[in-house]
Design a protein around this ligand. Sequence first.
Ligand SMILES: NC(=O)c1ccc[n+]([C@@H]2O[C@H](COP(=O)([O-])OP(=O)(O)OC[C@H]3O[C@@H](n4cnc5c(N)ncnc54)[C@H](O)[C@@H]3O)[C@@H](O)[C@H]2O)c1
Length: 459
Amino acid sequence: MKISIIGAGYVGLVTGVGLASVGHEVFCVDVNEEKVKKINSGISPIYEKDLDKLLKKASSKKLISATSDLKSAVLNSDITFITVPTPSQNDGGIDLSFIKKISHQIGIALLQKNKYHLIVVKSTVVPETTQDIVIPLIEKYSKKNVGQFGVCMNPEFLREGGAVYDFMNPDRIVIGQLDKKSGDKLAEVYKNFKTDILRTSLNNAEMIKYTNNALLATLISFSNEIANICQQTPGTDAFEVLKGVHLDKRFNPILNNKRVNPNFLTYLWPGCGFGGSCFPKDVKALAAFAKKKNYNPLILSAVLDVNKKQPLQLSSLAEKNLGTLENKKIAVLGLAFKPNTDDTRESPAISLIKELISKKAKVSVYDPIVNSNNIKSPLSGLNFKFANSLDDAIKGKDACLLVTSWQEFKNITPELLKNGTKNPLLIDGRGFFDKKEFEGKTNYLPIGKNINKKNIQTS
Ligand SMILES: NC(=O)c1ccc[n+]([C@@H]2O[C@H](COP(=O)([O-])OP(=O)(O)OC[C@H]3O[C@@H](n4cnc5c(N)ncnc54)[C@H](O)[C@@H]3O)[C@@H](O)[C@H]2O)c1
């Protein structure tokens, strides 16, 4: 099938490369000429495992190309996926300006087309958007009635850092369909993907995505709240506490004498907060949507409040242990919102860095992938420096605060910490290190554990 994809970002490009890999002919459309050029030379503008490899392969078979000409891409294809951003507005509500613009442009393109065309909304949009915004705009500018063109809402569940794998091995495909004809056509696109397919209404498909993300975000904030209570309670350690909860057979069934260990338990785990382009904005958008419907979303608001404060637990732990942060040399380890991605959107590291700077700490940041040359949303005006290597980041610091669980940080050992001129406090914001290896040997403090200065060696 010939498929155009509008918006070649994380979702659009991965979708494009994924669909080209199963034999569809894909035209990626983006307003960013740099991205278009890169994609056409077989280079991925974003970092995702295997994306470059599959992009090169698909390009060499001429199954994927990029353009900034939306109209020709729509006219040359049978199906158009919309994968443009749906950011937060100042009030947390969803900004649908990109969606409106694209719906308008697709409508204008369809004015010149008499053959049936399917439009698939893949961007995350609040319920009623496809029905009340996308369809009317396309109808208006194409001068066609819906039904002459088909419409689906097909939320995307890929996780950045494993986006290609997730797209190629989906746990489900949700097809919100205007009518059977639209749903059948989209089902054909996915016919090579063996997974559960849920065919439902447009509004349900939109709501499924938000419900899914809001639930995962709730598990994280819930775990962080428990960690914050443990931190105030002598003799408790949130990681041990939650390990105990993970053994509940209702969460973690025993099959053939073995634990299933479902992946969702990784969300029931303390840390320094969730970030990225989805959880924060989607929970905010759902909360704002609920308020518009005259419902006060108490749980969603609490999830957001806990998350906003959570990265500051690390600076507050550092401050309590160092006395003051003024002129203290602090390394922030990790800038990406999670490992294996270069995405720093809403990363907990950003609010942490701002807090440390406001407390007059001397901040340096090290991330294995993100550096001053490739950071996508520069932390403009902030006074910190990038360290060139992990060694450089750690050496001579008063404290190292781990924010992102990059595998490279496993190279940190008590010996490495002691090798520097100082023996820095290591605050583990993710429960990343093996406590047994660090406790008693160095100044190690995981989040969610009661601060008892007796537990901490002084350098
Ligand atoms: N990133 C994720 O993990 C993820 C997962 C599931 C769903 N989503 C949703 O998918 C949507 C896209 O997210 P993303 O992370 O891929 O965003 P992104 O910012 O990485 O990519 C969006 C792309 O759209 C392009 N664009 C903007 N305006 C355009 C226009 N008028 N014409 C053509 N291209 C245009 C941008 O240049 C950019 O390349 C959002 O609604 C998001 O919530 C994202």
